[in-house]
Design a protein around this ligand. Structure first.
Ligand code: FAD
Ligand code: UDP
Length: 369
């Protein structure tokens, strides 16, 4: 055999596996169906600005080991994600905090005022055991915020009514009674200076990489080249959709170069009303405090996923979880193949979780504790 490992997919999961295995002396071949490496964290320089081609990626974690690990590949800046929400002609800070509350209700000045006001609002639709996203949101934050900042955005994002969506989607949004616009609660956060692509390129050093190479176009030939396989593509595709296709939400990006220094003054502006067709606009230069003369923006349109398009967000509802379990049983029986990453595990993993999972996989493959 020419290689010890064939790695299908050069996203963060495949790249970490390739790096760790190469470091231990194993020969790796990485195949990637896109024309570039990096999967969804791929960034491309346009007008001197690192553009996040597959959606904004902010690295955040509370795990010091993972933070130190990723900092071994790049220096990170001190970017803190503080999105702004636009509802009609009103602008609010996110996540929900004292800046949001004082702007919504001019008679609110202190955390006590805000709590009293939200408690009154919650009474109208409070549920002990919220059974859907609408009930969860109103029980958490009350009707006004639900109407202005949640309902429209969520229905655009998921293509379903809030009453039909699971409550857990909204649970992770922080609610704070301080003037703190930091979207994440994690200890460490930032954007890699120079973008994510150089990180992936560094991780892949020493491994052989073939881009524009779809594994399924020459599966037999590729399988014959390596002892073991790490597969990071969609798990249902591997088994030829034997039980039917798992569902995803897709995103369409409309990217534009504008001849102005700043379009919106912030990296992320969410459009929370239903009438605006896109969910948010990303202005990439603000991730790196850019001072270029031009700017690049991307409008994000959430869309129905159809087979053959890029899968973005797994839909982890009851129906798809059951379907995934069936594929997982088949996957466990494939002794030569490890299924990993966001598509292989059909889980909405953030980047820090993907790294942790890849490190665990390599430790298990190499019998390390
Ligand atoms: P992927 O990046 O999807 O890589 C899989 C690779 O496999 C792809 O390159 C694909 O082309 C390749 N592949 C698939 N099938 C084949 C085949 N048959 N042959 C060859 N190659 C194949 N995480 C954060 O921590 N912070 C964020 O702010 C954040 N924002 C996000 C925004 C969006 C819009 C999305 C979609 C995700 C976001 N994430 C974020 C999650 C992050 O993108 C993932 O954690 C990470 O990219 C997953 O890496 P992966 O290697 O598992 O998957
Ligand atoms: N959300 C919302 N309004 C916003 C931002 C988020 O209602 O302005 C809701 C929406 O339901 C979304 C969920 O919060 O699906 C999680 O948002 P987050 O930004 O964490 O989602 P991500 O894009 O990272 O998956």
């Amino acid at each position: 055999m020419k290689y010890d490992y064939l790695i299908v997919g050069s996203g963060l999961y495949g790249a970490v596996c390739a790096h760790e295995l190469t470091k231990r002396g194993f020969r790796c071949l990485v195949v990637e169906k896109r024309s570039h490496v990096g999967g969804n964290v791929y960034t491309e320089e346009i007008e001197g600005i690192n553009v996040h081609k597959y959606g904004a990626h902010i690295f955040h974690t509370s795990d010091k080991k993972i933070w130190d690990y990723i900092n071994g590949f790049a220096e990170f800046n001190n970017y803190i994600n503080s999105p702004v929400a636009r509802y009609r002609n009103e602008l609010y800070n996110l996540p929900f905090n004292m800046n949001t509350f004082t702007k919504l209700w001019p008679d609110v000045f202190t955390p006590e005022d805000a709590k009293r006001r939200i408690d009154e609002e919650k009474k109208k639709g409070f549920c002990e055991k919220p059974s859907n996203l609408k009930e969860q949101a109103i029980s958490l934050i009350g009707e006004t915020i639900y109407k202005k900042l949640i309902e429209g955005y969520t229905e655009k994002q998921w293509g379903k009514k809030c009453e039909e969506l699971p409550a857990f989607i909204i649970k992770r949004l922080p609610v704070r009674f301080t003037f703190d616009n930091n979207y994440f609660n994690d200890r460490y956060q930032g954007i890699p200076i120079g973008g994510y692509t150089p990180i992936i390129e560094k991780m892949l050093e020493g491994a052989e990489v073939r881009t524009d190479c779809d594994y399924f176009d020459c599966k037999e030939e590729l399988d014959a080249l390596a002892e073991r396989i790490i597969y990071t593509g969609p798990i249902d595709r591997y088994f030829n959709f034997a039980f039917g296709a798992l569902e995803y939400r897709s995103v369409r990006f409309e990217t534009e170069i504008l001849d102005m220094e700043s379009y919106q003054g912030n990296a992320v502006v969410n459009y929370t009303e239903a009438a605006v067709p896109y969910t948010r606009i990303i202005e990439h230069k603000h991730f790196e405090f850019g001072t270029q003369k031009k700017t690049v923006i991307s409008r994000e349109y959430s869309s129905e996923w159809v087979l053959g398009e890029e899968p973005y967000y797994p839909v982890n509802d009851a129906k798809n979880t059951l379907l995934y379990e069936k594929y997982k049983t088949l996957a466990d029986a494939e002794k030569r193949v490890v299924f990993g990453g966001r598509l292989g595990a059909y889980k909405y993993y953030d980047m820090h979780v993907v790294i942790a999972e890849a490190l665990k996989t390599v430790a298990a493959l190499t019998n390390e504790k």
